[in-house]
Structure formats: C-alpha cells, structure tokens
Design a binder for this molecule. Structure first.
Ligand code: HEC
Ligand code: HEC
Length: 202
C-alpha cells in the first residue's frame, strides 16, 4: 500500500518536472517576436467570439504572434488548428476549434489582406522589392531567415542558386504534403514577386 503511494508520488513528481521542461522550452518559442495587435470591433459577432476563444486557448503554450503574422489558406488554417488541438494538454474542443478557425480565416481575408496590399503599394515598382516586402507581410520570416534576419532555423540564403523560378513557384503555391511549409493562398502577382526576390538570394 505504502509502495503504491510512493510510486504515485514519484510519477506525479516526474510528470510535473517534464511539464516544467516542456513549458519553458515552449515559452522560448516566439518570445522575441513583436506582438501583433488586432482590432476586431468591426468583425461579425461570431468572428469576435472566435477571436476571444483564440486569444484564450491559443496562448496557453506560445504567444499569438505567429498565428497573427503568418499566412494560411482556409484549408491551411483548418489543418493548423486541428494539429494544435491534437497536441497533448491543449484543452480545445471541436466547437472551440471551429470558432478559432472561423476567426483565423476571416482575419486572413480582411486585416492581413489589407496589410499586404498596403505594404505592396508602398514597396517600389520592382518585383524584387515588392517580393521582399511580401516576404515580411506573409510572415515568411517568422519561419525563415535571410542574412541572419528572421527565424534562423530555416535560412533561405543562397536559395537563388539552388532552385529555379518554376520550382520555387510550385513550392510556395502548393507545398508537397508532409512538408512543414504551410498551405498558403498566394495570388499570382505576389507569388511572382516573392520568386523574383528569392532568386536574388545568391
Ligand atoms: C499544448 C500547447 C499548444 C497549444 C494549446 C497551441 N499550440 Fe501552437 N504550437 C505548439 C508548439 C509546441 C509548436 C511548435 C512545434 C510545431 O510547430 O509543431 C506550435 C506551433 C504553432 C504554429 C507554427 C508556428 C511556427 O512559426 O512554426 C502555429 C501557427 C500555431 N502553433 C498556432 C496555434 C493556434 C492557432 C493554437 C490554438 C488553436 C495553438 N497554436 C495552440 C504548442 C501549442
Ligand atoms: C510555419 C513555418 C513556415 C512558413 C510560415 C513558411 N515556411 Fe517556407 N519552409 C518551412 C520549412 C520548415 C521548410 C523546410 C522544408 C520542409 O520541411 O518542407 C520550408 C521550405 C521553404 C523553401 C525551400 C527551401 C529549400 O532549401 O529548398 C522555400 C523557398 C520557402 N520555404 C519559402 C517560403 C516563403 C516565400 C514563405 C512565405 C510566403 C514561407 N516559406 C513560409 C517553413 C515555413
């Protein structure tokens, strides 16, 4: 009897230790990124509700920044939310997952789309410059770095020597399944600009 109690204690203690390690590892993830502010006051009521659930549930393990910066197609967001929901200790039920996805898809088509258009209009007329701007406004740099700026776990320096234009286009427009590169909906103009920019990285 006593032994059972001891084992339970040891099990609980090691689980707590594991959880602490996992939490500190995750806390570092994205911690140096700038926070993104979202004004949802003009969004439909159900989308505002989805934002509340998102802000509450999706901030448990990491900041909201990568979700608010990065781009996904509607299918891409559905997939991402399911992936997060499946993570151990994510307490997100199916109804909440649907609400969160609804917010992310709406925010992508409104706030993010407007921010991208504004950024692209402000960029000079050269495709390379507009592509550099798009690289930021699509949140590519939250996973990739160029010359040490951005997320250095997946540098794209020298990609212009490594891949041809068509190959890059295909990779961004429809990443192979099983790739960590997410599914995004990049319109043709932005896609061409992004590729023009990537080809300058020699
Ligand atoms: C149980 C902890 C946990 C919860 C809750 C959680 N995430 Fe995550 N998330 C992670 C971890 C760990 C990673 C990094 C590893 C990976 O991508 O598989 C991650 C990665 C991500 C990424 C990819 C970021 C990048 O730069 O690679 C996005 C986007 C994301 N989460 C969005 C969400 C959203 C949206 C929610 C709410 C539906 C959510 N997360 C809830 C743990 C969590
Ligand atoms: C959630 C993180 C994430 C985001 C956001 C992301 N990527 Fe990626 N990307 C990856 C990862 C990880 C790889 C490495 C290959 C793999 O796992 O498929 C990759 C691969 C690539 C490659 C091929 C690299 C090579 O060496 O062949 C290119 C080019 C690329 N990404 C460009 C982009 C562009 C442009 C954007 C923005 C429009 C972007 N990525 C957004 C994670 C991301």
């Amino acid at each position: 009897m006593k032994q059972t109690v001891l084992w339970r204690f040891l099990l609980a203690a090691s689980l707590t230790a594991l959880l602490a390690i996992a939490t500190s590892a995750v806390a570092q993830f994205g911690s140096h990124e700038d926070e993104v502010k979202v004004d949802v006051s003009s969004y439909p009521a159900d989308v505002q509700n989805g934002y509340k659930v998102f802000a509450n549930k999706c901030s448990e393990c990491h900041s909201l920044t990568s979700s608010l910066k990065q781009s996904r197609s509607p299918e891409g967001w559905t997939e991402e939310v399911h992936r997060m929901q499946a993570m151990a200790s994510s307490h997100i039920n199916n109804n909440e997952a649907d609400l969160i996805t609804k917010f992310l898809v709406y925010d992508e088509a409104h706030r993010k789309a407007v921010a991208r258009e504004t950024a692209s209009a402000a960029a000079g007329s050269s495709p390379e410059e507009a592509g550099k701007q798009a690289f930021e406004s699509y949140g590519c740099s939250s996973c990739h770095s160029v010359a040490g700026a951005g997320n250095t776990s997946a540098p794209l320096d020298g990609i212009g020597n490594k891949r041809a234009a068509e190959e890059l286009k295909k990779l961004i427009a429809s990443p192979p399944s099983g790739s960590t590169m997410p599914a995004m909906d990049v319109p043709a103009k932005d896609l061409n600009n992004l590729v023009a920019y990537l080809l300058t990285l020699k």
